[in-house]
Write a protein that binds this ligand. Structure first.
Ligand code: NAP
Ligand code: MG
Length: 341
């Protein structure tokens, strides 16, 4: 049976009407949830640490800003919108002492709960509302009257109201305008990690870079390689999102179609799929989570070195110059977008 998709008619904002909603963290997800919920007519307060650069921004957006501990005291539903690796500390130091019976803890990704970095006490609800898109899109779609699809989940031991609260929160951020699916913390966490590692972030970056390098090493101009292997990918992916892989194939030339179906499976082949399965195993067993926690606690040496290597790749210099010719793309440069929160 296909999964049930919840839409506006399945969610009731009244579940949250007399509640105080606390959003801790005002970054990508935090600012989008807080602003959308406020614009949906709900009472939202924001929690940050004293030196946070976002205190001023959240105040300018009309929020009362408190410490995380104060938010845990005042709010009925507390969203932990700080980075996954920082959640356990904030939880232990600031939230736990105030998590009396009847409070709800809300996550937008299941990592900390699924891998037991946070073990909430009995008597509180633990729910998830995880938009399937970055925060700035959750906000911009909402402003356009649209929404980013989201997943909801309810952890074991939560009350009967928990699911309705999650659905109402999803409605408040605009997600039920698009569609909401119910999942578990385990399924959301494992599929999210798998997607970002093998297809979305890891897989796509590696595919693009390998294609670019192959052309440049064969003596073609880096600019040509950039257009072919990176820039045009957006057009293809947009077509896939709008009308599926078949829809994309409908639009490209016959030559491109034959190249696609005859060569694609040589690039991404049985060995690639075996690797994907091994990566999934590491996610399921907790090996990846352990490695990432150790890397984080060890000062992020490999993380920073690998990111630096990526930043210094020829594809970045080439792209910077070519994007400079297309100012409409440059405007969307995400490294600069944070300032716009
Ligand atoms: P982010 O953009 O890095 O923002 C984190 C926010 O938390 C910042 O406002 C930061 O303050 C604040 N913060 C850091 N330490 C804090 C502390 N000790 N106490 C209070 N606030 C603190 O994070 P994010 O990407 O939104 O991630 C939040 C959650 O959303 C994670 O669970 C993530 O997996 C999930 N998620 C993210 C996305 C996405 O598109 N980014 C998508 C789906 C789910 P400053 O402003 O001062 O830095
Ligand atoms: Mg993710």
């Amino acid at each position: 049976m296909p999964a049930k998709v919840y839409t506006n008619k399945d969610a009731d904002l009244r579940a949250l009407r007399h509640k105080t909603l606390g959003v801790i963290g005002y970054g990508s997800q935090g600012h989008a949830h807080a602003l959308n919920l406020k614009d949906s007519g709900l009472k939202v307060i924001v929690g940050l640490y004293p030196q946070s650069k976002s205190v001023k921004v959240a105040r300018k957006h009309g929020f009362e800003v408190y410490s995380s501990a104060e938010v845990a005291q005042k709010a009925d539903i507390i969203m932990l919108a700080v980075p996954d690796m920082k959640q356990a500390d904030v939880y232990t130091n600031d939230l736990l002492p105030h998590l009396g019976k009847g409070k709800t803890l809300l996550f937008s990704h299941g990592f900390a709960i699924h891998y037991d970095l946070i073990k909430p006490p009995r008597g509180i609800d633990v729910i998830m509302v995880a938009p399937k898109g970055p925060g700035h899109v959750v906000r911009s779609q909402y402003l356009e009257g649209k929404g980013v699809p989201a997943l909801i989940a309810v952890a074991k031991g939560s009350s009967r109201n928990a699911k309705n609260n999650a659905l109402a929160w999803a409605k408040g951020i605009g997600a039920t305008r698009a569609g909401v699916l119910q999942t578990s913390f385990k399924e959301e966490t494992e599929t999210d990690l798998f997607g970002e590692q093998t297809v979305l972030c890891g897989g796509a970056s590696a595919l693009i870079t390998a294609g670019f390098e192959t052309l440049v090493e064969a003596g073609y101009q880096p600019e040509m390689a950039y257009f072919e292997c990176l820039h045009e990918l957006k057009l293809i992916v947009d077509m896939m999102v709008e009308s599926g892989i078949s829809g994309m194939r409908f639009t490209v030339s016959e030559t491109a179609k034959w190249g696609d179906v005859s060569r694609g499976p040589r690039v991404i082949n049985k060995a690639t799929k075996r690797t994907m399965k091994a990566i999934l195993k590491d996610i399921q067993s907790g090996k990846f989570a352990k490695e990432w926690v150790n890397e984080y606690n060890g000062g992020l040496k490999n993380y920073n070195a690998l990111l630096k290597e990526g930043d210094e790749h020829l594809i970045e210099k080439t792209g910077q110059r070519l994007r400079g010719l297309m100012p409409w793309i440059k405007k969307k440069n995400l490294k600069g977008a944070q300032a716009a929160y």
